[in-house]
Write a protein that binds this ligand. Sequence first.
Ligand SMILES: [Zn+2]
Length: 402
Amino acid sequence: MPNQPSYWSNPTLKEHPVTVTRCRAAGEVFEVGIKENVVRPEGGGQAGDQGTLLVQGKRVRFIDTVLRDGETTLVAEQPVQVVGATTLEVDMEWRKAMMRNHTAEHIFVGSLRRMVPDLQPGYIWIDGRHGTVEVTGRAVTIEQMITAEAEVQRVVSLNVPVTSDVVSSDSLDPSVRTREGVTSKHDMLRVVRVGEFDSSACSGTHVLNSGDIGFFKVIDYKLEESGARFEFMAGDGATELASRLLNMVLMRKHDFPFEYDQLGAVLDRAKTLLAERNELLEGFEQIMTERPLAEDVKGIAFFHEYLPGFDTGRMKHVVKKISLKGPTAMLLFSPGEKCNIVFAINELRVTAEEIAGQLIRALHGKGGGSRDLYTGGLTGVRQPRETYEQLVGSLRQLLSGL
Ligand SMILES: [Zn+2]
């Protein structure tokens, strides 16, 4: 293959002399054609290069590279003059991140394929932030995914060279991974080898040694009956994410307390507790609605309940389910960082707002509602139980004066 792009053999070269051939507006951006293929256009599931053009002392950033009529075209944020000789600077952070993600993807999929030989390559996307890859044809288990992830890390630590050469499609070794139809579409193919671990036909940018990948982590997955989808990160992005997550755990490790190994069990327990709590609330709601307990305040039935764990919606639901008969007042109170109040009345000469509104306002709370239903909230309550008792006392007094 004549004129092989420099980013195949020397991807860490940052500065390139280039010749601008054209510049035209394309919506909000400008497409700048260059003669030399020194930056990689988007394609084959890999995002385009980013960088800066230095034209007559002005720096113009390009946020993508695409192929237009066979010409390398930069997607620039500003127009540039077509003046010929110019310098292009590759955004090495973006490119190196893509190189790490891409080579890591090869090792990961190669390792999966050794465990599940019939897997076929599906959708793939790799950019400077993360990568997504799909495999189809067979099921993959979570254990196989974890084994493949560990295999990537092992190959990284062995620091094996990543090499590439261009071979004729006819003489392609059957051990080389290719996408369906690739060999018939191209006479010559570039084969990327990660030591002895993987050989794939690929036109992307890759690290020069597996050790350059640093850290590799699957960050999400979806396993299906006949295939799987993985999202992953490599290098600095993966390290930052892992560090951020571990710090979230670390900040809770001592006051909870638990050991790192128990984190999975803690999360499982939280899920169980949440389910149990909802069940408990439903049970409580049922008791309350079937056998509500009221006190008599001068002919008015006065219900009041202190309801930890209830939100406003659930309390309104309770009000709806109890059919209030005769003169009635009902206060439902849920304590928390924000205490929520639902106050309902029936057959009283005043509105719910007239009774509850003044009490809530006196406690620096807010609320509102219709004639028979008032909802409100109180923030910064230190002793919610006392506040509740206080509200009940004040309401009892107000109701007895009606
Ligand atoms: Zn590739």
